[in-house]
Design a protein around this ligand. Structure first.
Ligand SMILES: NC(=O)c1ccc[n+]([C@@H]2O[C@H](COP(=O)([O-])OP(=O)(O)OC[C@H]3O[C@@H](n4cnc5c(N)ncnc54)[C@H](OP(=O)(O)O)[C@@H]3O)[C@@H](O)[C@H]2O)c1
Length: 293
């Protein structure tokens, strides 16, 4: 039955899009598009492509993800992160198919002391977070059949992300200063893809409308960028002379402000998929095991 379900995936050259296409293709008829094949900023063309593909589900990991650059390129970031997802939701509603969309821990301001639940009040500190939040709201306005998956601190072994940046810097430096006062949960794109496969499977088997909604999805546990860098250093065993020094956000000024605490509470997705999320440390080990095997 699964074989005949056709799933259209955007942004398949990004971390999450690439991992999702890889994991879903074994069980579903996946059609993946990179930005050249389906540019979600071109709303008219996007509509034509989606309608002509006639999918059973759309998954939208495409996004404007450069948090600092979004402060300066607000028009483009808003089109990609807010307007386009709203339009995708409208098209999905017209086709009466579900949409899985990705959002971020950066919809929160970080003032909470314990992990954020799905229904906590969002209050983004930067334009990226605001554009993603507006995207969520446009989706909710335009369709009933949505899964909005908020994830955090995404990394993978390719592309530009904290892990690949660290591996490069470890080779080039004997001392690195890394921010230690922002707390979150690093989440690998492969982990996200495994969970999305389970969600999609479950969706097509149960087809339960009550499951639609917003879900947090991150690895379990929490850390800060400094501790995450140290864990990557230990496991990668690159440059034993390297010293990693913790610094505060005040000593590392970025264009966009970031929340101090953006750990997500994963109880809702764990309950839905009936399994706990693996720890960020286990996910990290898995990534390194996979490249060495
Ligand atoms: N990365 C994180 O730390 C993080 C944290 C929380 C939530 N998220 C969310 O998770 C989702 C996936 O993020 P990711 O880490 O996989 O991001 P990513 O690696 O930056 O991938 C995003 C992809 O979207 C594509 N894209 C950008 N504009 C597009 C457009 N107009 N039309 C079609 N494709 C376009 C990009 O293509 P180009 O390479 O050509 O630009 C890229 O391949 C996003 O919704 C993001 O907001 C990410």
């Amino acid at each position: 039955m699964n074989q005949i379900k056709k799933i259209l995936i955007t942004g398949v050259e990004g971390q999450v899009g690439f991992s999702i296409k890889n994991s879903l293709r074994k069980e579903f008829n996946t059609v993946g598009f990179n930005r050249n094949g389906l540019n979600i900023s071109d709303l008219k063309n996007m509509r034509d492509v989606i309608i002509s593909q006639n999918p059973d589900m759309v998954i939208n990991p495409a996004a404007y993800t450069d948090v600092d650059a979004a402060e300066d390129n607000q028009k483009e970031a808003y089109l990609i992160n807010a307007i386009a997802p709203g339009e995708i939701a409208k098209i999905c509603s017209e086709l009466s198919i579900p949409l899985i969309h990705f959002s971020t821990d950066y919809v929160f301001d970080g003032n909470k002391k314990n992990p954020y639940k799905e229904n906590d009040n969002p209050n983004p500190k930067n334009f990226y977070g605001q554009s993603k939040l507006d995207g969520e709201n446009l989706i909710i306005k335009n369709t009933k059949k949505y899964f909005i998956i908020r994830t955090s601190w995404v990394y993978s072994m390719s592309g530009k992300n904290f892990l690949t940046t660290m591996l490069k810097l470890f080779k080039e430096n004997d001392e690195l200063k890394i921010v230690s006062d922002q707390i979150g949960s690093p989440t690998s794109s492969n982990f996200i893809a495994e969970k999305i496969l389970k969600l999609v499977r479950k969706y097509f088997v149960d087809n339960s409308a009550s499951a639609y909604g917003i879900y947090n999805l991150s690895s379990s546990g929490e850390t800060n960028w400094y501790e995450f860098a140290k864990a990557i250093h230990t496991i990668s065993a690159i440059n034993n002379k390297l010293k990693i020094i913790p610094i505060s956000s005040k000593e590392y000024i970025t264009r966009a402000k970031r929340p101090k605490m953006s750990v997500l509470n994963n109880d809702k997705i764990s309950c839905f998929l009936r399994e706990d999320n693996e720890s960020w440390q286990d996910s990290l080990k898995k990534e390194f095991k996979e490249i060495s095997s």
